[in-house]
Design a protein around this ligand. Structure first.
Ligand code: PLP
Length: 383
């Protein structure tokens, strides 16, 4: 078993690959074909079937998927895309790639830290083209209400499903509610392979555009030429190099076989964490036990009730060998965003960012380690 070496005694995240994963990658390296090819096509087929989506298109990252999703929604210069600020920067940055303006909307609350449909509706203008809903921490945001709202206003719904492969809302996979769903296979994600992403859609038109744009809008790929299908190509639009390579696709295919099992283990451990955390005073634990069962249980976020204690609690935990992180700092308060959008104020989001801490969590975490995290957190809170 290969395990990543990390500095803190109890890291936020740890990855364990299995011998068959390593063999799948080695076999691909021996095959002599390393980029977009048969393994990627097979992974796309398996992932689309898993989601119940018509198309799944593998790309180099979720950021790339978001960029192509916004383009597919017709987002361009002068347009607006409504996004949460309580997410990773990529959700908003991809709108800037299109020359559009990200418009930040509030989250519902610290206990339900996802996009508030009422606030989204208030921020719609004639320039709004799309709304991007983020399924924070692997839990379903209100994609159903957001879909209804987008349909009513003629907007495209994009889902940032970076945290939530395999999670559902009303029995339907997250990522399949809108025009496109964008997944991440970045190194600390539920299905991680280092770097990688995927866009799913039920639209043939969107799928054709995304397939073309991920590889420079070339009329044939290198694999087609390698396999003798064609010996030339044309470039018919503005495309990108957003291709996923074959070793990562082989690793994804190998890991896919254990995805449900690993998520089930994550859910069990999450419920155990939640019952321990419910005994502590002074914290809010977002979401409910019930929501855990349909989530991908990606991370364990907590919010310290009292404002102003985040740095002190996190450094007390670090002193005891436990890594925590802030998941997420508000995007609109980052320097590059402040310069562009100095007047944005989102009190609920900002309070969440100032009080959130993410605890160590991974599917092979032991009960002893969970107990230790909660004991140290309790002591840090009481200081
Ligand atoms: C919510 C969210 N969206 C988008 C991304 C970007 O993913 P990637 O690193 O695959 O581009 C991330 C990754 O950290 C994320 O957490």
């Amino acid at each position: 078993m290969a395990s990543v070496e990390t500095f803190p005694e109890l890291p936020l995240f740890d990855l364990q690959l299995q011998p068959q994963d390593l063999e799948a990658v080695a076999e691909t390296l021996r095959s002599g074909w390393l980029t977009l090819g048969p393994r990627t096509a097979e992974f796309e087929r398996v992932f689309a079937e898993h989601l119940g989506a018509k198309h799944a298109i593998a790309v180099s990252s979720c950021t790339a998927a978001l960029h192509l999703a916004y383009l597919a929604a017709g987002v361009g210069p002068g347009d607006e895309v409504i996004v949460p600020a309580f997410t990773f920067a990529a959700t908003a940055t991809a709108a800037l790639y299109c020359g559009a303006t990200p418009v930040f909307a509030e989250i519902v609350s610290r206990a339900a830290p996802y996009l508030d449909p009422g606030d989204v509706e208030r921020r719609i203008t004639p320039r709004t083209k799309a709304v991007c809903v983020v399924h924070y921490a692997g839990y379903a945001a209100e994609a159903d209400r957001m879909k209804e709202l987008c349909d009513r206003h003629g907007l495209a719904l994009i889902e940032d499903v970076a945290h939530a492969p395999s999670a559902t809302l009303h029995g339907r996979k997250l990522g399949t509610w809108g025009l496109a769903g964008c997944f991440s296979f970045f190194s600390n994600k539920v299905l991680s392979v280092g770097e990688g992403g995927l866009l799913c859609t039920d639209s043939d038109e969107v799928a054709a555009q995304v397939r073309s744009q991920r590889s420079h809008c070339m009329t044939s790929g290198t694999w087609d030429r390698h396999s003798g299908r064609t010996d030339t190509y044309d470039v018919i639009g503005l495309g990108y190099n957003y291709r996923l390579d074959e070793p990562r696709s082989a690793l994804l295919l190998s890991r896919m076989g254990r995805l449900e099992q690993e998520i089930e283990r994550r859910r069990e451990l999450t419920l155990r964490y939640r019952s321990l955390l419910s005994l502590l005073d002074g914290i809010i634990v977002p979401f409910s036990d019930e929501e855990v069962h349909t989530s991908s249980a990606y991370v364990i976020p907590i919010m310290i009730e009292q404002d102003g204690r985040q740095a002190e609690v996190s450094s007390a935990m670090r002193e005891r060998g436990i890594q925590t992180s802030i998941f997420y700092p508000s995007i609109h308060l980052f320097s590059a965003y402040r310069e562009r959008f100095p007047d944005v104020s989102l009190p609920v989001t900002e309070l969440a960012s100032r009080t959130e801490l993410t605890l160590p969590f991974y599917p092979h975490m032991s009960h002893d380690d969970q107990d230790r995290v909660v004991t140290v957190l309790a002591e840090a809170l009481q200081r």
